[in-house]
Design a protein around this ligand. Structure first.
Ligand code: SF4
Length: 688
């Protein structure tokens, strides 16, 4: 009947499960999700989605959703109304600010939330409290990639569009399990490899699906990618294969850079990486012979002591071979969360305002002081990692975390849990009572993407709108409203009625987004930054120039940092990463029945050699112990891994959580945890 049809509606949204940024229509009836329907006009995915985008949404109606604010009482929580929770926050924030100063408060925003929400979170920290202690979880994954690109080409984002990857002659994937972590993007690579004769080279510890498909697969020792990448670049230069014209016209620092490559001979690279010389030469030849090269990389590169330097080495290789500024070439750091790019774009970084302008720059501060009508601090704040240390040494007293499962996803989590227990006051805002929320004094119920409006920016710098599908459940609210209410309880007087007004304000202050308006993003319309005031966007970066004063890129010399050393008894190398079906710590996907029935639990991948040596079978339960903690997991024997390298998916939030094993050591340039540098000893707990 007509009445029945009237209740069925379709709404466009953007997936929140990875940085590819698939968009699609969601058909609903009441609060029931009928189907997810991708549309041809969706720029990142067209008619495709992966299993998470298609089926991963029933958590929205989970009975476990938070629907009221909670206030701690002893070891438990009691429900409270919003006014009581907000007044308590006002009292505690004000007390800490007056007693210990604004830098005793710290703020962490989520790279799953919208751009507008990240903008407001940093505006709250900077403009209302007066501290730059603001960060987001790209600190855990992609900040080193951003650093490597800032150093060399000036913008920290994918240099082209996802669809341009199809035009590359060669795709080189380093430390990225693309088919499981960025499924729809991987499909494009698989297609052009199969149908268009595109060459595919993969470097990884683990022989995952892309590795199996590749024309050449190398397995360098953990943490040695910079060495073979530099050897490839040196070989290309020595052979006279560098793009001399491109370097002469568009690149600075060639001479010093060539000097810095001296140690990276083929002999040295073979010795350090364990990759045969002939394979490293084969890669150099492939780059030389290809019409153009795209390099895709992810956490296998970034989560190391030298993560920024390896990202820099990748960009250096692209510069030397003229692989920037044309379609089918360039750098593709693959962003993990849906809005890793946007969270950083919108200034949730301790040293940068929105659009990456520096907090130390007097002119930039003056612009924001005028725009916001406040006085701002010129002192860069603490990043996530430094916040944890700041709590331990008594400088940070109060913390406000929005949508971030820091108690599970930070490294060395025993150390993080001890820090949370030391806080004077802790506010956590989330859709579920996460592990992090269990440490909080006040828990605020937030609304997920289906229940709010806003924009996300995907891995290819593409800004896309999401539309509200459902009303917020119970008394939960969109994050932007909650932040505004906290700010207003502290006297800020903000009056945003819709996220479009937040974007308008942000765009008026940040040149990178100058021409972004909600009208220009209507429906499936999108923009890729930088966006000029007239709305002209930039699908392909660096066509004419690089964003430095002289318009030229910079080759940036880097040297290899040895991975962390462990005592001899820690003899097992523990690699870790995602599973296709689950998302991170599993807070969303584990509540989705459609998904848990397909991939029930976590397991440890063990090589046949190691299984034989230690007497392990499929299902044997082992304990892995590092100097920082231990995990208990069943084994799965597979030749995807080799020797004493094991693989632990990072999607467990119980006894198998990888971050009980990881250390507090981090990338030396960005403090991104060295998650991938884990060694442990293994003991059998239970045979099958
Ligand atoms: Fe969502 Fe990423 Fe899957 Fe696309 S590829 S549907 S963005 S998880």
């Amino acid at each position: 009947s007509a009445m029945r049809e009237a209740r069925v509606k379709k709404t466009k949204t953007v997936c929140t499960y990875c940085g590819v940024g698939c968009s699609f229509d969601v058909w609903t009836k009441g609060r029931k999700i009928l189907k997810v329907e991708p549309q041809v006009e969706a720029p990142a995915n067209g008619i495709s989605t992966c299993v998470k985008g298609k089926f991963g949404w029933d958590f929205v109606n989970s009975k476990e959703r938070l629907t009221k604010p909670l206030i701690r009482e002893g070891d438990t929580f009691r429900e409270a109304d919003w006014e009581e929770a907000l007044n308590l926050i006002k009292k505690k924030f004000t007390e800490a600010k007056e007693t210990y100063g604004p830098d005793s408060l710290a703020f962490i925003t989520s790279s799953k939330c919208t751009n507008e929400e990240s903008y407001l979170m940093q505006k709250l920290g900077r403009g209302v409290i007066g501290t730059n202690n603001i960060d987001n979880c790209s600190r855990y994954c992609q900040t080193p990639a951003t650093m490597g690109l800032f150093r060399t080409v000036g913008y920290g984002g994918d240099s082209g569009s996802i669809k341009d990857i199809e035009r590359a002659g060669l795709v080189l994937i380093v430390g990225s399990n693309t088919s499981e972590s960025h499924p729809v993007l991987a499909t494009r690579v698989k297609r052009s490899h199969k149908l268009k004769g595109q060459k595919l080279i993969v470097a990884d510890l683990r022989e995952h699906e892309m590795a199996e498909r590749s024309d050449l697969f190398i397995q360098p020792k953990a943490g040695t990618d910079l060495v073979w990448l530099s050897a490839v670049t040196k070989y290309i230069i020595d052979k006279g294969w560098a793009d001399k014209e491109f370097i002469r016209k568009r690149v600075n620092g060639f001479k010093e850079y060539v000097e810095s490559l001296k140690p990276y001979t083929m002999e040295y690279a073979e010795k350090i990486t364990g990759v045969p010389k002939r394979q490293i030469i084969e890669i150099a030849k492939a780059v030389h012979e290809a019409s153009s090269t795209c390099i895709l990389w992810a956490m296998g590169v970034t989560q190391h002591l030298g993560g920024s330097d390896t990202s820099t080495a990748i960009s250096n290789l692209l510069l030397v071979t003229g692989n920037y500024g044309k379609p089918g070439a360039g750098s593709y750091p693959l962003r993990g969360h849906n809005n890793v790019q946007g969270a950083s774009d919108f200034g949730s970084m301790p040293d940068r305002f929105p659009g990456y302008e520096k907090v130390e720059d007097d002119d930039v501060r003056a612009k924001y002081e005028k725009g916001w009508g406040v006085k701002l601090s010129a002192k860069p704040g603490l990043n996530n990692h430094e916040m944890v240390e700041g709590i331990h040494n008594g400088n940070v007293k109060v913390m406000y975390i929005k949508g971030e499962e820091m108690a599970m996803v930070d490294s060395n989590i025993n150390h993080v849990h001890e820090a949370f227990e030391k806080l004077d006051f802790f506010v956590v805002q989330d859709i579920f009572l996460s592990k992090t929320a269990q440490f909080a004094d006040v828990v605020l119920p937030a609304a997920p993407s289906f229940e709010k409006e806003g924009t996300f920016t995907n891995t290819e710098r593409r800004i896309q709108r999401l539309y509200q599908i459902f009303e917020p459940l119970g008394e939960s609210k969109p994050d932007w409203q909650i932040i505004m209410e906290i700010a207003n309880h502290l006297g800020a007087g903000w009056e945003y009625e819709h996220p479009s007004e937040i974007m308008a304000e942000a765009a008026s202050l940040m040149p990178l987004y100058a021409g972004v308006t909600y009208e220009r993003l209507e429906g499936y319309n999108t923009l890729q930054w930088p966006v000029a005031p007239d709305g002209t966007d930039t699908p392909l970066l660096f066509e004419e120039e690089f964003p430095f004063p002289d318009g030229k890129a910079r080759l940036f010399p880097v040297q290899w940092t040895k991975p962390m050393e462990y005592e001899e008894e820690y003899d097992i190398q523990v690699n870790n990463g995602r599973l296709l079906e689950h998302f991170h710590e599993g807070n969303l996907t584990y509540k989705s029945k459609g998904i848990t029935s397909k991939t029930p639990s976590v397991f440890l991948e063990v090589s046949p050699e190691l299984a034989k040596e230690r007497g392990l079978e499929d299902g044997t339960v082992v304990r892995l112990t590092s100097p920082y903690g231990s995990v208990k997991v069943p084994c799965h024997i597979t030749d995807r891994v080799k020797g004493k390298e094991v693989y632990l998916p990072m999607n467990d939030s119980g006894e198998g959580a990888i971050n009980y094993l990881t250390s507090s050591r981090a990338d030396k340039d960005t403090d991104t945890p060295a998650y991938k540098e884990v060694k442990a000893k293994m003991e059998i707990i239970q045979q099958t």
